[in-house]
Design a protein around this ligand. Structure first.
Ligand code: BEZ
Length: 233
């Protein structure tokens, strides 16, 4: 039985480029069908281990404060844990108190109630190292960014004991959205407005046409001209 559960938990999951499942779920804004809810927008689905827990409270508080930044980027936000809609509503009041907002039950994004752990299993989000009082695994801190074409553009998985950095998540979304539409990549620690890299598979002549604002090539001991920078297009 243990081996069966272990195999089941480790083989489920989703890869970059896969179509994100069009799941139905109960949420704090009622029942949703994911693709209909997403519409033509980008989306971010982030899970957390449990309601009424300290790290999760700081994370969802931060996510709520940053909601206008996600909205600016046309990214719809949705959270998930294995607790009930009723718990999500009660806990949302605590989160609002924590960030100094009025004590309403709604956050600026819905929370999925994955009480049967169906989505958690399907998306490979369960953390066998973290268990509730009944010994059942909790959800890890997963981040999925989904494009308007409904495919998975990014996934990151943090353990329950490490809270996420939502500035980094926004930075990554800026890169995903830029590189989805322009033939560039973003280097280490890139931020909006900084130089980008010319993709290594673009020949020099084509690159010169694509990037009229110029290309700066750094000299390297190998004499290979692959470190090519261009202003952000
Ligand atoms: C927390 O959110 O603080 C937390 C939840 C589960 C395990 C560890 C920490």
């Amino acid at each position: 039985m243990f081996v069966f559960v272990w195999v089941y938990l480790t083989v489920m999951g989703i890869n970059l480029g896969d179509t994100f499942p069009n799941f139905e779920a109960e949420t704090t804004v009622g029942k949703i069908k994911f693709h209909d809810w997403l519409g033509d927008s980008w989306g971010i689905l982030f899970s957390h281990p449990a309601d009424y827990t300290p790290v999760c409270t700081t994370e969802l508080g931060r996510a709520a404060k940053m909601a206008p930044e996600f909205q600016k980027r046309k990214v719809k936000m949705i959270a998930l844990s294995i607790d009930s809609v009723q718990d999500h509503h009660g806990w949302s009041q605590d989160i609002n108190a924590y960030i100094g907002e009025p004590l309403v039950q709604m956050l600026p994004f819905p929370i999925i109630a994955d009480e049967k752990r169906e989505l958690a299993v399907q998306l490979g989000m369960l953390d066998p190292a973290e268990r509730n009082k009944e010994g059942l695994p909790l959800t890890a801190r997963a981040v999925f960014v989904i494009g308007p074409d409904k495919t998975l553009k990014l996934s990151i998985l943090y353990p329950a004991t490490t809270g996420r950095n939502f500035d980094e998540i926004l930075r990554v979304i800026d890169s995903l959205q830029l590189t989805a539409y322009k033939k560039v990549a973003t280097p280490v620690d890139w931020k909006v407005g900084a130089e980008c890299m010319v993709l290594p598979n673009i020949p020099e002549e084509e690159a010169n046409k694509l990037f009229p604002n110029g290309i700066r090539t750094e000299k390297l001991p190998s004499s290979k001209n692959y470190l090519r920078y261009t202003p952000q297009p």
